[in-house]
Design a protein around this ligand. Structure first.
Ligand code: 3SL
Length: 241
């Protein structure tokens, strides 16, 4: 297995696809997607465009549909939910399809949707994703950070490093054998430096600070937890996990 890390969708190659591509948006889209599927949602359908989300979700029975929209960290008016994973309780989401559009995370998923296997990972389901990779053993794996409007996000790279660390802990691979690019080595080093204070890292991160200004401290605390969910969100058809 060779692991490549790309910090943003924009930095991700467009001329080829890997065997497995993983989107990461720790704050907060992939944390929300993992939480909502773990809570019993039927599926999550992602959109980069809010109008398209509203239009396509119209065809779904209203009692089986939830619309989630986030822009700039805040809930989009007219949606049932914003992008807080803490709102995704089983009572609220069980058996529903979540139609979701967020600033960066849903764009990252759309960017990799042509890969034969597409996953969504966050710190909260890191070990489940690691186990899935070890079981399926894809030759090439890309981890694509969502970043923020084209720029780097610390928390996505630390999650990529956490996945790399988990793979190394459960295999005989060395970092040199596993890493496909320099970004993968850097992600591993970042995770190993911060692994005992991931919430502290989120407080340093620019998007963490943005969310703190929006009073989302509980979200940060939740998204900084590691390995609390067993779920592996997998794409069933383009845009649907
Ligand atoms: O950018 C995104 O996709 C979101 O996860 C951002 S936020 O955490 O909901 O503000």
């Amino acid at each position: 297995m060779k692991l490549f890390v790309y910090h943003t969708p924009e930095l991700t190659p467009t001329d080829r696809v890997p065997d497995c591509a993983i989107a990461v948006d720790v704050l907060r889209a992939t944390s929300t997607i993992a939480t909502v599927l773990n809570a019993g949602a039927e599926a999550v359908q992602v959109f980069s465009d809010m109008d398209q989300l509203m239009q396509l979700s119209e065809d779904w029975p209203p009692e089986k549909r939830l619309r989630a929209g986030e822009r700039g960290g805040a809930k989009v008016e007219g949606c049932d939910l914003g992008n807080s994973p803490l709102d995704c309780t089983p009572e609220r989401v069980k058996d529903c399809r979540l139609f979701i559009s967020t600033t960066n995370g849903t764009r990252a998923l759309q960017r990799i949707e042509a890969a034969p296997s597409v996953l969504a990972a966050a710190l909260i389901n890191r070990q489940a994703v690691v186990n899935y990779l070890l079981e399926t053993n894809p030759e090439t794996v890309w981890i694509v950070g969502s970043g923020w409007e084209g720029s780097y996000s610390l928390e996505d790279t630390v999650c990529a490093g956490a996945i790399a660390d988990g793979l190394l802990a459960s295999s005989s691979l060395s970092p040199k054998e596993l890493a496909g690019n320099d970004e993968a080595i850097a992600a591993l080093a970042l995770y190993r430096h911060w692994q005992d204070d991931l919430l502290g890292l989120m407080h340093h991160a620019s998007h963490g600070q943005r969310l703190l200004r929006l009073n989302c401290h509980e979200d940060l605390k939740y998204c900084a937890k590691t390995d609390i969910l067993e779920v592996v969100p997998r794409q069933k058809e383009p845009g649907v996990l």
